[in-house]
Design a protein around this ligand. Structure first.
Ligand code: SF4
Ligand code: SF4
Ligand code: SF4
Length: 184
């Protein structure tokens, strides 16, 4: 009789253990799904006010070239002839010759509009997100050039590898519907 009771107890014990294990697995599955769906509506973005233009956006992204690109806000641009985002400091001539340009890839392009105004546009296919032009524009210009994560390229990694090394803590999670942050 005692033996039978022991056997039942052991069976009950194993059943109980399996039941708890199943609940634990279900719980972690539901938690993971909830966590993922909470994250799904959010994307990584750079707060331009916090960015210190360190250059790591060009090298620390998991994709190459980086998902970070320079964007240009035309409303705040001065259309300057002497653009500190475009020209090397102390450039000998204000021309589009490669030796006068600050951008290492020729991604920032200059077009004459009318005396004395020039328009600057970013060729994103060439931009590596190094932030050199951004630094120049922010030091002496209007700050119309700034870095942003391009969501058509970004993998929306759970942990952004640039955010981990960003010295300005400039990477933030924002609702996907907002998508971009202005330099204001
Ligand atoms: S890593 Fe941070 S501080 Fe450096 S350029 Fe990118 S956003 Fe700016
Ligand atoms: S200087 Fe760097 S951030 Fe600016 S357009 Fe060129 S590659 Fe992009
Ligand atoms: S989330 Fe990933 S792909 Fe997007 S900018 Fe960061 S490291 Fe690059």
């Amino acid at each position: 009789m005692k033996n039978k009771t022991n056997k039942l107890t052991r069976r009950e014990f194993i059943k109980d253990l399996l039941h708890k294990l199943l609940l634990l697995l279900l719980g972690s599955f539901v938690f993971t799904r909830l966590f993922k769906s909470a994250q799904a509506g959010y994307v990584w973005q750079i707060d331009p006010k916090k960015c210190v233009k360190c250059g790591r956006c060009a090298t620390a992204c998991v994709i190459n070239p980086s998902a970070v690109k320079c964007v240009h806000e035309f409303e705040t641009c001065g259309y300057c002839n002497l653009c500190f985002g475009y020209f090397q400091p102390g450039a000998a001539h204000l021309t589009a010759d490669a030796e006068n340009q600050l951008c290492p890839t020729g991604a920032l392009q200059r077009r004459f509009v009318e005396e004395p105004f020039f328009e600057y546009t970013v060729n994103e296919a060439l931009c590596i997100g190094c932030g050199k032009c951004v630094q120049g524009c922010n030091l002496f210009g209007n700050g119309s050039l700034f870095l942003q994560v391009r969501h058509d390229l970004c993998k929306n990694c759970n942990e952004c590898s640039i955010a981990r090394v960003c010295p300005g803590n400039a990477f933030v999670r924002i609702p996907a519907r907002k998508a971009y942050l202005k330099n204001e």
